[in-house]
Design a protein around this ligand. Structure first.
Ligand code: NIG
Ligand code: FE
Length: 424
């Protein structure tokens, strides 16, 4: 039997439609497709039609008896939010390092002393598959409660073939067993393991000739990411790792210019990356190269906030024609949050983005940054019914009342999973 769902009377329904083929750029990022008193009719998890309540309710009224209905009076309906950059699968926390940073130690100093990514690598290697799964599953529930219906998840806390595969297998099982879609990225090049510190090239070779082929053969990842940073992977090493991934069908992504300027944005354009992420210290030339090559900029203002660093120059990127997306960068070191709506607040308050731009950046543009814009990221006919309903009277309130969870309902593939702010 056909499953029918009608969402009606939304104070505002935000479609972000019209950009399924390519990311919204420049002033297109402000066109959020707002419908006052909006409604949407869904069959078998796919959106059939979106419009005003008056029209949609009338058009589908003969089906009313067999249709589940959600009354969104006084609320805002948006596409399910998409988080295109997370380190979802890891073990443990690092609040001790947070305390050290509050005393003045820097993120890189802590990492160079064997903490940072190395600390989480030790914890992740030690964790059993089941422990890792359970910790990550809880985080995924939190994402869902904050309105997110698709996340990207990176490996990179295994740093050996065995443990990288363990992380990616957990991500795969989460994708299969949890309603939130999980799209995987291999990030074996997240740090040089302490045991190989004196000869980083040995580790680069392992990533290229052992890890990438095995991950690709097992079809455990769509993307290949590198932490291109002073003291981690050089632009030359990053390039070789990303080119090697391409040979195996893994699409490049880069942690670029996060802590220091390092030509990461330029490299993203050169290797044809789908996105360059962070970009706190990206150069003007790098921004231009990204716009010319169609590389998306995934900005992570939670990381700048938490590391007490300068924010990425989002205005410059939007004006240059870079398609901008926003993400939590959820991880235990540089951005321990699972709230994408808070990242939207920071996008406005700390990077000068408009409330409309941050909506585009966490829906359709985020979908483009992880290659799923054909299926999700906007509310239009033919797309998956991935929908978030916020208990706010208008979308401005979302970026105005910060640090609170306004999510009322989350629907994934036409199925309500969160109702009244609670997981069903
Ligand atoms: O995106 N920069 C590298 N990776 C993460 C942080 C990982 C960690 O500190 O555990 C990031 O900031
Ligand atoms: Fe990251």
């Amino acid at each position: 039997m056909t499953a029918r769902l009608l969402i009606k009377n939304a104070a505002q329904l935000i479609t972000v439609s019209g950009y399924s083929d390519r990311p919204a750029i420049k002033e297109e990022m402000s066109q959020i497709g707002l419908i006052e008193n909006g409604a949407m009719y869904i069959e078998d998890g796919i959106i059939v039609e979106v419009g005003t309540s008056t029209r949609i309710v009338e058009k589908y009224k003969e089906l009313t008896a067999q249709t589940e209905q959600i009354d969104a009076t006084g609320k805002v309906v948006t596409p399910g939010l998409i988080d295109p950059h997370t380190h979802l699968v890891h073990a443990g926390t690092r609040e001790n390092e947070y305390a050290m940073r509050l005393q003045g130690k820097s993120y890189m100093e802590i990492m160079e002393a064997g903490g940072g990514i190395h600390a989480t690598t030790r914890a992740t290697q030690k964790a059993s598959y089941e422990e890792l799964f359970e910790q990550s599953r809880k985080r995924l529930d939190q994402f869902l409660l904050h309105g997110v219906t698709t996340v990207e998840a990176k490996s990179g806390y295994g740093l050996t073939l065995e443990h990288e595969i363990k992380q990616l297998e957990v991500a795969k099982q989460l994708h299969e067993s949890h309603p939130v879609d999980v799209i995987s990225t291999f990030m074996g090049a997240h740090a040089i393991p302490l045991s190989e510190k004196s000869n980083p090239e040995t580790f680069v070779s392992k990533v290229i000739s052992e890890m990438i082929p095995e991950v690709a053969n097992r079809k455990l990842a769509t993307f290949n990411d590198v932490f291109c940073e002073h003291g981690v992977f050089t632009p030359d090493q990053s390039k070789r790792i990303l080119e090697a991934g391409k040979e195996y069908g893994l699409i490049p992504k880069i942690h670029a210019d996060e802590i220091e300027p390092y030509s990461g944005a330029e490299l993203a354009a050169e290797v044809g990356a789908i996105s360059a992420d962070h970009l706190l210290r990206a150069s003007d030339q790098g921004i231009k190269d990204m716009a010319d090559a169609g590389v998306m900029g995934v900005l992570l203002p939670g990381t700048a906030f938490f590391l007490m660093a300068d924010f990425a120059q989002s205005r410059k990127m939007i004006e240059a024609g870079v398609g901008v997306a926003l993400s939590t960068d959820a991880n235990p070191g540089s951005s321990p949050t699972l709230s994408l709506p808070f990242i939207m607040n920071l996008g406005c308050l700390k990077m000068g983005m408009t409330p409309e731009e941050v909506l585009t950046a966490t829906t359709i543009n985020a979908a483009h940054a992880i290659g799923c814009a054909d299926a999700t990221g906007s509310l239009e006919a033919g797309k998956k019914a991935d929908i978030t309903i916020f208990d706010v009277p208008n979308y401005l309130t979302l970026s105005y009342q910060y640090g609170m969870n306004h999510v009322d309902t989350v629907i994934k593939g036409g199925v309500p999973l969160v109702v009244g702010g609670h997981l069903l």
